[in-house]
Design a protein around this ligand. Structure first.
Ligand code: PAF
Length: 278
């Protein structure tokens, strides 16, 4: 596996492999089974797999965990070497954005970036789409793989690629879960023992909503409100529970073909997100 931290070397290495079907897995490192499922899919689909590790300051708010975010580059490199990855791109913040971050061009997917997680994390998704646009431009992958756990992020990236006529195909991969249902995330390690025992109840509540919808409940607002109190009762501080159109993430309307049930909630200081299809 080649390891590169500057853009020029990245581009010259990629130019040597111009004709290969290329897969990209953008990450912020601290790799876990969820990331490795994306890597595995890329190695099945593509002749050449690129992973990026970059903790992107643009997508963290001033009171968020940018400085505390787990950085485990040595372990990540060892894991990727065993996973048939061809190239790791791990740039510094200066390499990615230059000296003057204030002058950075921002790629914003309006509306989709302002709802759900975007409501309480202003600027977060603009940071995500900006860095993903830069990575797609630098690497020109045939496919780029994203976890469905970050359903809103996936919807935003698909919209950006579509509207900016980018050529990469965005592939969403099913959420990887612990045995008790908790969606695997780097942030799970922040949970205390007690919080970790409560955390799977988030997925259980999404399943509960799905059962209620299957049983014919159609008043989504009532279902959302009741689920919110169920979660509050067991210790979550709920940001939102929302039954939405899968693709547009708006409240379901006559054009809706499938639903997505999405949630974000805090356990202590840790923000958990999850979603399931319906
Ligand atoms: O999902 C993530 O880890 C990040 O948001 C991403 C896509 C790597 C962009 O920084």
């Amino acid at each position: 596996m080649e390891i590169v931290s500057d853009k020029n070397t990245l581009i010259s290495l990629l130019n040597k492999n111009r004709s290969s079907v290329r897969g990209l897995i953008p990450t912020m490192g601290n790799l876990h089974k969820g990331h490795l499922d994306l890597v595995y899919k890329s190695t099945l689909d593509c002749a050449y797999t690129v992973v990026t590790i970059f903790v992107n300051p643009l997508q963290f708010g001033p009171n968020e965990d940018f400085h505390k975010y787990p950085r485990t580059i040595e372990e990540d490199i060892a894991t990727l070497k065993e996973s048939n990855v061809d190239l790791l791109f791990a740039p510094s913040v200066n390499e990615m954005y230059g000296e003057d971050k204030e002058e950075q061009v921002i790629v914003a997917v309006t509306r989709l970036s302002e709802i759900l997680c975007g409501k309480n994390r202003p600027g977060h998704f603009d940071g995500v789409t900006t860095v993903v646009a830069k990575l797609l431009n630098l690497i020109s992958p045939t496919y780029a793989y994203f976890g469905q756990k970050d359903w809103q992020q996936l919807a935003l990236v698909k919209t950006m690629v579509d509207q900016l006529d980018m050529q990469t195909k965005i592939v969403g991969i099913k959420t990887t879960r612990e045995k008790d249902g908790l969606a695997i995330s780097s942030r799970n390690q922040y949970l205390t023992k007690e919080e970790r025992s409560i955390a799977p109840l988030l997925k259980a509540e999404l399943d509960n909503i799905s059962i209620r919808l299957r049983n014919g409940e159609t008043d989504y607002e009532v279902v959302e409100t009741e689920s919110k109190s169920n979660l509050s009762r067991v210790g979550f501080d709920v940001d939102y529970i929302a039954i939405r159109d899968s693709h547009r993430l708006c409240t379901p309307d006559e054009e809706t073909k499938s639903l997505r049930i999405l949630a974000a909630a805090y356990l202590g200081r840790t923000r958990l997100i999850d979603n399931i299809g319906f």
